[in-house]
Design a protein around this ligand. Structure first.
Ligand code: B4P
Length: 183
């Protein structure tokens, strides 16, 4: 069973949903940069104040802020982990590669969750979070295509990428992902 995993995919593909399940069943640290940023917003911290408006527009929070959060969490942990929603651009991916080299904890598998835009938009509209209105969702999809999708070839070249069809029930998709982690 692979212990150091990264989930990649467009907004609404179900990264958070699947990451939570797998982390709980395999006892991995679940690191969702979206959840961590929302917690900072909720707590009213300086970091949260900076992140709030950016997230509401569907843009990416600055690499420095996100990296600081991830670095401190990875340094604290000792077992396996699952990164969900990070990295989201090439600069973050390169910074992560450097950090993981320092920590001696290389990524073992990158799971790419693939789903049609129409289904993504429908899922996000029914989730109903404050950044889930149609205009912001479309902008997040553009940001994904421009900034995050280039990571697919980055991780493919490193021989780490495996794709999963992210349509179907939560259980079906979970079984596909578990099979990949055991391969
Ligand atoms: P995230 O919190 O990462 O959220 P997401 O990509 O929108 O959703 P995810 O793919 O996790 O889908 P979910 O499981 O919730 O990002 C939010 C914002 O944070 C970004 O726009 C950005 O501003 C900021 N941010 C985060 N990380 C950052 C970084 N590294 N750098 C800079 N900024 C960053 O599923 C979606 C919905 O579908 C849910 O309602 C779920 O219940 C439903 N669903 C899931 N699986 C389903 C299934 N099989 N069938 C039907 N419904 C399903």
């Amino acid at each position: 069973m692979k212990q150091r995993l990264l989930f990649l995919g467009p907004p609404g593909a179900g990264k958070g949903t699947q990451a939570q399940r797998l982390a709980a069943s395999q006892n991995l640290m679940h690191l969702s940069t979206g959840d961590l940023l929302r917690a900072e917003v909720q707590a009213g911290s300086e970091l949260g104040r900076q992140a709030e408006a950016v997230m509401a527009r569907g843009e990416l929070v600055s690499d420095e802020l996100v990296l600081a959060i991830v670095r401190s969490r990875l340094q604290q942990g000792s077992g396996g982990w699952l990164l969900d929603g990070f990295p989201r651009n090439l600069a973050q991916a390169e910074a992560l590669d450097t950090l993981l080299r320092e920590l001696g904890q290389p990524i073992e598998l990158v799971v790419l969750m693939e789903l049609d835009d129409a289904v993504l938009i429908q899922r996000l509209l029914s989730r109903g979070r404050s950044d889930d209105n149609e205009e912001v969702i479309r902008h997040r999809l553009e940001v994904y295509r421009e900034q995050t999708a280039p990571l697919i070839s980055h991780y493919r070249q490193l021989g780490l990428l495996a794709s999963v069809e992210a349509a179907g029930s939560v259980e079906e998709i979970g079984a596909r992902i578990t099979a990949l982690t055991e391969a």
